[in-house]
Design a protein around this ligand. Structure first.
Ligand code: LER
Ligand code: MN
Length: 278
């Protein structure tokens, strides 16, 4: 696609049969790609629980016919559907999570070259925080090493305290990224979580921009941008100053309907993207 664009806009999509709690805007891979292309998105973020989710569709053909890209593979469903976690104390269960994630890295080597770690990292709960972090670091290094050979980047998403008790702010994410120490491990700031956890949104994004590999967009109430009180002028001003290049993906509640949310997001964001890419 258009390599000259500094930033590109994606939307989160999943299969028609994904759990109702799957956190995406559109459902049904083929229909979603067609709709997203018509609305003016550059790409789709594929939320999958397993690589088999796309086995019955000719993804390459659908993407090329619609002039669309996969922005990334997202893995929240691997956690939601199977309960898999990278900080799981049970070796066998943790091993299953790692094996499945490697298959998703293989999938990303064909589509998007980016895979996220959000809720799949798991939580500390009653476990020892230091041991839990050590476990996570070991898993992250194993996965980064595997992904590096396949040309894939892993993105770690800070998630707010009401959803997880581990890596909540961008600053905490950056500290852990530096400890893990792999060039193909980047940060995935989500401005919805940042609104809860970080001192500022635009300012923190700019400060840590060299680590940012991908950004999730939602308004303060997790509705489509423009329907809450997040200051998107400030976010785009700081991203531009810091010269962010890459994907920004709309991850919002599919409300009042998926199409209304997807339409509002692109309508509201397009002027920012046009100005940025000029
Ligand atoms: C969850 O709140 C979220 O933002 C997802 O992207 C995490 O997998
Ligand atoms: Mn997110």
């Amino acid at each position: 696609m258009n390599q000259s664009k500094k930033i590109k806009l994606a939307i989160t999509v999943t299969s028609i049969d994904a759990l109702s709690k799957a956190f995406v805007v559109l459902r049904g891979f083929e229909e979603s790609i067609i709709k997203a292309a018509e609305l003016g998105y550059d790409g789709v973020e594929l939320a999958v629980k397993h690589p088999d989710d796309i086995k019955d569709i000719d993804l390459s053909r659908i993407l090329s016919q619609n002039n669309m890209e996969v922005s990334s593979i997202s893995t929240g469903l691997v956690y939601a559907q199977n309960g898999y976690m990278f900080t799981e104390p049970d070796d066998e269960k943790r091993g299953k999570a790692i094996k499945l994630y490697k298959e998703l890295i293989d999938m990303a080597s064909d589509f998007g070259q980016i895979v996220n770690i959000g809720l799949l990292r798991g939580y500390i709960g009653d476990k020892d925080p230091v041991e839990t972090e050590t476990k996570f670091i070991a898993v992250a290094r194993e996965l980064c090493s595997y992904a590096e050979k396949k040309g894939v980047t892993i993105i770690l998403e800070p998630v707010n305290r009401y959803e997880i008790d581990f890596i909540n702010s961008v600053e905490e994410g950056v500290k852990l990224l530096e400890k893990i120490g792999f060039p193909n491990l980047k940060l995935m700031p989500d401005v919805f979580h940042m609104n809860i956890e970080d001192r500022t949104i635009g300012g923190e994004l700019a400060k840590h921009i060299k680590h940012a590999g991908y950004i999730h967009l939602a308004d303060s109430n997790r509705l489509a941008p423009g329907w809450g009180h997040t200051d998107f002028d400030d976010i785009f001003k700081h991203l531009k100053m810091a010269d962010y290049k890459g994907w920004l993906s709309v991850e919002v509640f599919p409300k009042p309907t998926p199409m209304e949310a997807a339409t509002q997001a692109v309508r509201f964001l397009k002027p920012y993207f046009e100005e940025y890419n000029r």
